[in-house]
Design a protein around this ligand. Structure first.
Ligand SMILES: NCc1[nH]cc(CCC(=O)O)c1CC(=O)O
Length: 305
């Protein structure tokens, strides 16, 4: 039986690039595909910080609904935008090989990190980036910045901020290589940053078998550990949390951080286990943070947001 796999995507340049990539890979395996793009709530509301909207899955919801209604078969997402708990009936069909996981700082003009001073203002809409930045540079101002990657770059050009923070993978994918940038190698990325995921309906064997061929085992495992850490810490709210796992010679190396909103408090964990002992590893790391003072910090964050 041949059928056409309808690939759902958001309509930003980055989302379209990601969906096209999946489309090309499926076509190379001999599948018929069609791309269907939708507008997401997360792309329509741009005047408020994401965390203020108080909705999880704001970028993925529209596509979840399209899949459940049967107007698309699969959906391609930046994995870091996908809530850890998927809607009933929707499963993770594949994690593609991860690209760059780092954050980068893009300067508005010809400056470098040596020019940072007490008057520096940087822009980001992410609680995680803001808290980590203020932890390192307590005297800087951080202002909110929303919109897709192209919009945000334009806003950096149009304002008098020193610069803004972006995911390296996002800029690389749409071939934007801002001349004046530095890689923030000290910043812990968002869980699953740089990874793309394909979601499908649990009962759609045809699409699931097609997508399973695109799964990259190490990327799937690393992002699984990071997201397990996230879901155990958060329990459904948003907080400044970073997590990064890497698999080398059959061991998983994990780093996780939780910050207070103003960046003044930081709790971190760094551990490794053999891949054979990966079961609950992310949860165990999160529990250590929670028991070492993270529980109180999470309560304080919930009150403030
Ligand atoms: N939150 C928006 C978003 N979702 C995924 C990416 C980039 C790709 C990725 O991180 O995997 C971005 C842009 C950014 O954070 O600068």
């Amino acid at each position: 039986m041949t059928k056409t796999i309808r690939i759902g995507t958001r309509d930003s340049e980055l989302a379209l690039w990601q969906a096209h990539t999946v489309q090309r890979k499926l076509e190379a395996l001999g599948y018929d595909t069609e791309l269907i793009s939708v507008k997401s709530t997360g792309d329509l509301i741009l005047d408020k910080p994401l965390y203020e909207l108080g909705i999880t899955g704001i970028f993925t919801k529209t596509l979840d609904v399209a899949m459940i209604n049967g107007t698309v078969d699969i959906a391609v997402h930046s994995m870091k935008d996908v809530p850890t708990k998927l809607p009933q009936g929707i499963i993770q069909a594949a994690v593609l090989e991860r690209a760059a996981s780092e954050d980068i700082f893009v300067f508005r003009d010809g400056k470098n990190a040596d020019d940072f001073n007490a008057k520096t203002t940087i822009a980001t809409g992410s609680l995680r980036r803001k808290a980590q930045w203020l932890n390192r540079y307590p005297y800087h101002q951080v202002v909110d910045l929303r919109g897709n990657v192209n919009t945000r770059l334009q806003k950096v050009a149009d304002n008098d901020w020193t610069g803004a923070i972006f995911a390296k993978a996002g800029l690389e994918r749409i071939n934007l290589k801002p001349e004046n940038h530095i890689v923030l190698d000290w910043m812990i990325p968002a869980p699953a940053q740089g990874a793309m995921v394909i979601a499908a309906m649990q009962n759609d064997t045809y699409s699931r078998e097609a997508c399973a061929q695109l799964n990259h085992a190490d990327s799937a495992l690393a992002t699984y550990v990071e997201r397990e850490f996230l879901s155990t810490l958060e329990g459904g709210c948003t907080a400044p949390i970073g997590a990064y796992a890497e698999i080398k010679e059959n061991r998983i190396y994990f780093k996780g951080v939780l910050f207070s909103l103003d960046g003044s408090e930081k709790m971190e964990i760094e551990e490794s286990v053999p891949v054979s002992e990966c079961r609950n590893f992310g949860t165990l790391c999160a529990l250590k943070i929670l028991e070492g003072g993270g529980r109180a910090l999470m309560e304080a964050i919930k009150k403030e947001l």
